[in-house]
Write a new protein. Structure first.
Length: 336
């Protein structure tokens, strides 16, 4: 039984997602204590609980402590299976964060896996569906994985009610990811999303205008989406295409915050990533680490090494015989 202290490092939900994902993949049981100890509301939230139960379902795991606000969890995995799975977070908890926990096991299933997940799509402190599709899934495609995702319905905070469908083909031996040079900047694409009641105020269009004004660069592809949703909301996703990689940024709209400023702030975030020398943006680094560990070797030049990344490295190394090395912003992994 591998013991994981949930208060280590950032002490948040990342440790839970990574630990149970590694447990399912390796077949090693784990015992997680002090769950989300450094958060204002410690213990398992709805989103974390959905992730735990979802992984348990796809690997026939035995779980103890899988209750709302539980601070301790025992996860004993079984055999990973393929098929179609339906999960409902029940709140605006992030669908993409649940997917982060599910992906490692799904890629090691005997056949294709389909997830239908209901919850929040564009919500605080989580990657958007567009980021999941174009950034994380893009890097995994470079490693040989095949992941298709569709946003069937958008769901904003607080009611959620969004739905994503994701299909994953097995990829038990991923290729090493070696990204140390971006290559030339090719283009910039943008997705501006708003609920239908914001159409009259042209919120999606204004978000794009704010983005363009701040970035002062031509946008190759402008996607305007007005959607039916249970809660009013808006969001902007953008990414810069380089020859060898993509750098992404998300920003959420909020009541009383002008739509132009949403675009402006998203552009600032993307510019910060572009002004670094990184091939992997600061938000994608911790997300890609588990898959680098599966490959057993590889290296990436990160825009920034975050505390989330360091915490994830620690968690992964508890389960897999790998060693990560960090030199400036270069992260390398090798087998021990």
């Amino acid at each position: 039984m591998i013991e994981i202290d949930g208060s280590y490092g950032t002490g948040g939900g990342q440790i839970i997602r990574s630990a149970i994902a590694m447990s399912a993949l390796t077949g090693k049981p784990c015992h997680i204590t002090n769950i989300r100890a450094k958060r204002e509301t410690p213990g398992l939230g709805y989103q974390h609980l959905t992730g735990v139960k979802a992984i348990a379902e796809i690997c026939n795991a035995e779980i103890k402590g899988a209750e709302l606000r539980s601070r301790e969890l025992i996860f004993i995995p079984g055999k990973i299976k393929s098929g179609t799975f339906n999960f409902d977070i029940g709140t605006a908890g992030s669908i993409t964060l649940v997917l982060q926990a599910l992906l490692p096991a799904a890629l090691h299933a005997p056949d294709s896996v389909v997830f239908n997940i209901i919850g929040g799509t564009n919500v605080p402190l989580a990657p958007s569906p567009e980021y999941f599709r174009h950034i994380l899934s893009g890097y995994l495609r470079q490693m040989g994985a095949k992941i298709e995702s569709n946003t069937l319905k958008y769901g904003f905070y607080p009611k959620g009610g969004g739905k994503m469908q994701v299909k994953i083909e097995p990829c038990k031996e991923p290729k090493p990811l070696n990204l140390t040079e971006r290559g030339k900047l090719m283009k910039i694409d943008c997705w501006s999303i708003a609920s239908q009641e914001l159409r009259k105020a042209e919120v999606a269009e204004r978000q794009i205008k704010g983005f363009e004004k701040e970035l002062t660069m031509k946008i190759e592809k402008k996607n305007l989406i007005y959607c039916d949703s249970l809660s009013t909301g808006s969001a902007l996703h953008a990414h810069a295409h380089y020859e060898n990689c993509k750098l992404g940024a998300d920003f959420l709209g909020k009541r009383g915050f002008p739509a132009e400023n949403v675009g402006k702030e998203c552009a600032k975030m993307l510019k910060n990533e572009m002004q670094s020398e990184g091939c992997v943006d600061s938000h994608a680094v911790d997300q890609i680490l588990p898959f680098m560990a599966f490959a057993g070797k590889g290296k990436i030049l990160a825009a920034k090494i975050t505390d989330h990344a360091r915490t994830n490295i620690w968690t992964i190394e508890q389960f897999l015989p790998v060693k990560f090395s960090i030199e400036n912003n270069l992260i390398s992994v090798s087998r021990r």
